[in-house]
Structures are given as structure tokens and as C-alpha cells.
Design a protein. Structure first.
Ligand code: NAD
Length: 357
């Protein structure tokens, strides 16, 4: 398939290529949609095996951002950027300044932030060349580390699921198995312990489980066991792909509500969970606290303002779960449905305005 067909398949709005031989910059910015607002998405710095792989990844990620922002009810569109290379050897300040000029040239249609392979410090260099950067440190006028905000959103989502399933958002005594107690998982474990939930954790990093066990007194199990611990909620907070053909039959939870991106290994795994009678809260709805925190920078950031915005995940997720019930479809499909409806409604308004002028 040619580049134009590739871009057209998922209806991406535009794709931009930036190169600077002096700094070694080779970057692609994909804008999937700006119907709801400027396209926000982080910059991934990765040694892609080929330019084709980089293009495929940026297109996929940009589309995901459109759905994430729409489901979160934000006035933001979806976009993403990739820089091809090894951040450890190629991520120089010169390269990030050059990248900043590239982002600036898009005039604010695309707003960047950190992602895999880039850091807040890198984004501060980018910010010397463009205003279209978010997620800087609080001292630099940004919203700082998004992980606590993401964890807050996960708890809110778990309360929405508890309300749906058991008629109360009270998580006291609820058994929650957390896979991965890193930045988000540990913050989640702290919040849940404070709410009186019964937390069980696992992590490949013994220092992480040690901290959780010593600080919170939670139960630690082996990483190969955590997904089949008997519990009400399984919370994947490590890497993607935890919900797959092999793991789903072994799950002994009632619902899956966690922060990890791309939890479903494949699309049919959403249907597998449904057939197994397990309620799956779509990952990109549950983990939207981070992007909502960034959106809260608009007009001046405060933790209180961000918290109010993050707590709307409760209603957003409830709408998606009820849509799934009403249409008798999987929750993942229902999330896409809700996002598409919101985008279509905004596009219709725009068309009406155009006709009026
Ligand atoms: P992190 O790197 O701080 O934590 C991940 C933890 O998972 C680490 O402690 C790691 O040791 C552990 N881990 C890795 N592989 C594992 C395995 N096979 N079994 C058990 N544990 C394993 O990352 P994070 O920022 O906490 O993010 C966690 C997940 O949430 C990621 O999938 C990330 O993409 C997603 N997410 C994070 C944010 C955020 O604000 N940080 C926002 C949205 C989504």
C-alpha cells in the first residue's frame, strides 16, 4: 500500500515529515483529527527497524489519542509524533531544538508532550523553540508528573465499575490485584489501601513489591500468579497485552480496570472477556487521568481543578458501560462508538456554522 492509501485508511487528517541532517532528526507527526480541538499526543523516540514501521506506529498512536480525548470529553483532537533513533545516543539538545522548530511550524494544530523515550527535560528543550508543548514541570508552568493523576482516574473508574456491578462505589474490602507497582500502580495501591480495599500486588522488580509490602502491608504474589488471583478487580498497570487468549481463561476476577495501555493483546480478546462474563473497562478510558491533567493546564493549572476534571471519568465510563449494555456490544467497541458520536456531533456543529456564514 502506498503512503496516501495508508494515511487514508483510518482517515488521518495529515502527516508531516521533519528531517534535519545537521542534528540527525528524522521525525513524523501524524494528526488524526482536530475536530474537537488541537491534536495532543506525546513524542515517542524509538529505534524503529524501518521508516515504514515508524509511520505505522505514529498513525496507530495518533488515532488512539483521538478516541482517548473524545471519551474523556476534552476539547482536544488526536495526534502523535515519533522520532526515529536511539534516545540514549541521538537525543541531543540540538536535536530537540530542531524538533521544536518542526512542531512550531505546524502552528499549534499539534501539541506535543513526553512519551516513551523522551523526558520532561527533553520537552523543556523543545519548549525553547515552540509554545506547543504540555506536561512540563510545575516550576515551568506545566502540570508535572501525570502518574498520580492517572492513578486517581483508575480509582474513579473502579468506583464507577463497582457502582455498576454492586450498586455502591464503596471499595472497602474489595479485592484488587495490581500487576505492576511502578509510578501509577504504587500510587493506585496507596489510594486503594487508604480506602480500605484488600490489595494484592506483583512486579518483576523486587524493590517495587518490597516498597508496597513494607509501606502498605499488602500481599505480594508472583508475576505469573497475579492474573489468576481470586479477586473482584484485576488492575493491569505494567505493560500491554496482559489480556490474551492464554490469560483470559485463567482470570478469576469480575472486572478488569487498570492503567496499562493496550491491555487487549488482540481485538477479539475484548469479546473473549465478554464471553467469560468479565467486565472490561477500556484502558484508554480508565487511564485518561494523565491527558486530562495536561488538559487542565489550559487557563492555568491547579491540582484541585485537575481533580474535578479527572473525576468526570466516572460519568464517562458509566456512559460507555451502559452503551455497551444497551447495544449488546463489547465495552471496547462501545467506547469507540461514544467517541465517534462525540466527534460526529462536533463535526455537524462545525458544518452548520459553515452553512450559516
Ligand atoms: P512504570 O514503568 O513506572 O511502572 C511499570 C511497572 O511494571 C514497573 O514497576 C515494572 O517493573 C513493572 N513490570 C514490567 N513488566 C512487568 C511484568 N511482566 N509483570 C509485572 N510487573 C511488570 O510505568 P507507569 O508510568 O506506572 O505506567 C504503567 C502503565 O500505565 C503503562 O502501561 C503505561 O503506558 C500506562 N499509563 C501510564 C500513565 C502515566 O501517567 N504514567 C498514563 C497512561 C497510561
Amino acid at each position: 500500500m502506498g503512503v496516501f492509501d495508508t494515511i487514508g485508511t483510518e482517515r488521518h487528517q495529515s502527516v508531516h515529515f521533519g528531517a534535519d541532517p545537521d542534528t540527525g532528526l528524522r521525525s513524523i507527526i501524524a494528526i488524526h483529527s482536530t475536530v474537537l480541538g488541537p491534536a495532543l499526543g506525546g513524542t515517542r523516540f524509538y529505534p524503529y527497524a524501518s521508516e515504514e514501521n515508524a509511520l505505522y506506529d505514529v498513525l496507530r498512536l495518533a488515532k488512539g489519542m483521538t478516541y482517548k480525548a473524545a471519551c474523556a470529553g476534552l476539547a482536544l483532537g488526536g495526534g502523535k509524533a515519533v522520532i526515529i533513533g536511539d534516545p540514549a545516543t541521538s537525543g541531543t539538545d540540538d536535536l530537540f531544538r530542531s524538533y521544536g522548530r518542526f512542531v512550531d511550524g505546524l502552528g499549534g494544530q499539534y501539541i506535543t508532550a513526553e512519551d516513551v523515550g523522551t523526558t520532561v527535560a527533553d520537552m523543556e528543550v523543545v519548549a525553547t523553540r515552540t509554545d506547543h508543548v504540555r506536561g512540563l514541570t510545575i516550576e515551568h508552568g506545566g502540570s508535572g508528573d501525570p502518574s498520580p493523576a492517572t492513578a486517581r482516574g483508575v480509582v474513579v473508574a473502579q468506583k464507577a465499575v463497582a457502582t455498576m456491578l454492586w450498586g455502591s462505589e464503596d471499595l472497602t474490602g474489595t479485592r484488587v490485584a495490581i500487576k505492576g507497582v511502578g509510578k501509577v500502580g504504587m500510587s493506585l495501591a496507596r489510594r486503594l489501601s487508604a480506602l480500605g480495599a484488600d490489595v494484592i500486588v506483583a512486579d518483576v522488580n523486587p524493590a517495587a513489591t518490597e516498597l508496597a509490602s513494607v509501606e502498605l502491608g499488602v500481599k505480594v504474589v508472583d508475576v505469573d500468579e497475579i492474573h489468576h488471583v481470586e479477586c473482584e478487580i484485576f488492575a493491569p498497570c505494567a505493560l500491554g497485552g496482559d489480556l490474551n487468549e492464554r490469560s483470559i481463561p485463567e482470570l478469576r476476577c469480575i472486572a478488569v480496570v487498570g492503567s496499562a495501555n493496550n491491555q487487549l493483546a488482540t481485538e477479539p480478546d475484548g469479546d473473549r472477556l465478554r464471553a467469560a462474563g468479565i467486565l472490561y473497562a477500556p484502558d484508554f478510558v480508565v487511564n485518561a487521568g494523565g491527558i486530562i491533567n495536561i488538559a487542565a493546564e489550559q487557563g492555568g493549572y491547579s491540582i484541585e481543578k485537575a481533580a474535578v476534571m479527572i473525576d468526570r471519568i466516572f460519568d464517562n465510563l458509566t456512559e460507555i458501560l451502559t452503551t455497551a449494555d444497551r447495544l449488546d456490544i463489547g465495552t471496547h467497541t462501545a467506547a469507540e462508538h461514544v467517541a465517534e458520536e462525540r466527534i460526529a456531533a462536533a463535526a455537524a456543529l462545525e458544518a452548520e456554522r459553515d452553512l450559516g456564514t
